[in-house]
Design a protein around this ligand. Structure first.
Ligand code: NAD
Length: 342
C-alpha cells in the first residue's frame, strides 16, 4: 500500500464458521489494498470461553474508538441469562438502520436480475420485547402478552434514511411497508411520518405504500417492481429473509447496521456450527458486507473491483461452494477470487 491513510476498524471473527470466512474476507481485502487497520476483538462464544462475557468491555471500547466494525456470525449462548449480543450492540451504538441489499449474482435462478434494498428499523417496534404472562386458573403462563412501540422521531429518522439512501445511490422509488389497517397506531404513526418525509422528496424520489402481507406476496410474484423498501422492525426482519431467499439464500446476503456512533457490517447468516471447521463455508455474504463497508468509508472503487471478481468467478461457475451447487472449499474460492482481482 502507498502512503494512503489507514482507517481503524474493529474485526470480530466470531464463532463457528466465523474465523474461516473472516480470514477469507480479510485476505481478499488485503489483496485489493483496502485501507483498514484491524483491531481484532472477541464476541460470542469465543468471548464467553475467554472472558465469561459474550460481549466484553474491550470489544465495546474498540467499536467506540473505531466507529466501524466487521463482524463474523456469533453463536447465541443458550441459557445463562445472556442478553442478545446483537440487541446489545444496536442499543449501545444506536444502530437504528439495518440495510439489506439484495442483488442477483448467480444467474439463471428462479428470480433473475433482482436489485432491491430493504431498510429495516432496528431499535423499536415489537423488538422492544415488553413481554409478560397472565395466569389463567392453575396455569401461570395461561396468557402471554407482548407490547411494542414506535416513536414519531424514529419513524421519521428511518424513512428519511431510506430516502437519503435512494438519493445517494440513484434509486428511484421508496416503498413504505406497514400494517396501518390493523395496527392503526403502532404502524399508523410510521405511515404518517413516512408520507410526511416522502413529500420533501417529491419530484426526486417516487414513493408508494404496501401493506406488509400484500408486500410479501408481491415480492414473490413481481420483485422487480421494488427498489428501496422501508419498514418497521419485525416486518423488516421477516421480509429481509424473504428477499435473501429470492437470490439464493443466506450465503449471499450481506447486511449493515448503521447508527449515530458506529456502523457494523455482517453476513445475515449465523455461525453454521454444522459445517464449522470443514472448509466448506461460503464467505461471499461476509465479503459483500465488507464491500458495503468499503462504500461506507468512500472506497466504492475497491468494492467495485471485488464485486467484479465475485461476478466473474460465480458466472464461470467452476469454483462455487456447496451451498451454491459446487464442490469448492472456502480456501479454493478465496484463491479464485484473489486471482480475478484486477
Ligand atoms: P445459520 O445461518 O448459522 O445456519 C443455517 C443453515 O445455513 C445451516 O445449514 C448452515 O450450514 C447454512 N449456512 C449458513 N451460513 C452459511 C455459509 N456462509 N455457507 C454455507 N452454508 C451456510 O443459522 P442457525 O443454525 O439457525 O444458527 C446458528 C447459530 O448462529 C445460532 O447460535 C444463532 O443464534 C446464531 N445466529 C447468529 C447471527 C448473527 O450473528 N448475525 C445470525 C443468525 C443466527
Amino acid at each position: 500500500m502507498s502512503a494512503e491513510k489507514t482507517i481503524p476498524a474493529t474485526l470480530i471473527p466470531g464463532d463457528g464458521i466465523g474465523p474461516e470466512i473472516t480470514e477469507s474476507v480479510t485476505e481478499i481485502l488485503a489483496a485489493v489494498g483496502a485501507p483498514f487497520d484491524w483491531d481484532n476483538q472477541l464476541a460470542g462464544m469465543a468471548a464467553v470461553d475467554a472472558t465469561g462475557n459474550p460481549l466484553p468491555p474491550q470489544t465495546i471500547a474498540s467499536i467506540h474508538r473505531t466507529g466501524l466494525a466487521l463482524k463474523g456470525p456469533l453463536t447465541t449462548p443458550v441459557g445463562g441469562g445472556f442478553k442478545s449480543i446483537n440487541v446489545t450492540l444496536r442499543q449501545e451504538f444506536g444502530l437504528f438502520a439495518n440495510l439489506r441489499p439484495t442483488h442477483t449474482i448467480v444467474p439463471g435462478g428462479r428470480f433473475d436480475k433482482i436489485d432491491l434494498v430493504l431498510v429495516r428499523e432496528n431499535l423499536e417496534g415489537y423488538y422492544a420485547a415488553m413481554e409478560s404472562y397472565i395466569p389463567v386458573g392453575d396455569d401461570p403462563h395461561g396468557i402471554a402478552t407482548g407490547a411494542g412501540y414506535n416513536s414519531r422521531a424514529e419513524c421519521n429518522r428511518i424513512v428519511r434514511f431510506a430516502f437519503e439512501y435512494a438519493v445517494k445511490n440513484n434509486r428511484k422509488k421508496v416503498t413504505l411497508v406497514h400494517k396501518a389497517n390493523i395496527l392503526k397506531l403502532l404502524t399508523g404513526l410510521f405511515l404518517e411520518e413516512g408520507r410526511k418525509v416522502a413529500k420533501e422528496y417529491e419530484g426526486r424520489v417516487e414513493c408508494n405504500e404496501r401493506i406488509v402481507d400484500a408486500c410479501a406476496m408481491q415480492l414473490v410474484i413481481d420483485p422487480w417492481q421494488f427498489d428501496v423498501i422501508v419498514t418497521t422492525n419485525l416486518f423488516g426482519d421477516i421480509l429481509s429473509d424473504l428477499t435473501a431467499g429470492l437470490v439464493g439464500g443466506l450465503g449471499l446476503a450481506p447486511g449493515a447496521n448503521i447508527g449515530e456512533k458506529a456502523a457494523v457490517f455482517e453476513a445475515v447468516h449465523g455461525s453454521a456450527p454444522d459445517i464449522a471447521g470443514k472448509n466448506v463455508a461460503n464467505p461471499l455474504a461476509l465479503l459483500m458486507a465488507a464491500n458495503m463497508m468499503l462504500k461506507h468509508v468512500g472506497r466504492a472503487d475497491l468494492a467495485t473491483r471485488i464485486e467484479s471478481a465475485i461476478q466473474s468467478v460465480i458466472t464461470e461457475g467452476t469454483v462455487r461452494t456447496r451451498d451454491l451447487g459446487g464442490t469448492a472449499g472456502t480456501r479454493e474460492l478465496t484463491a479464485a477470487l484473489k486471482q480475478k482481482l484486477v
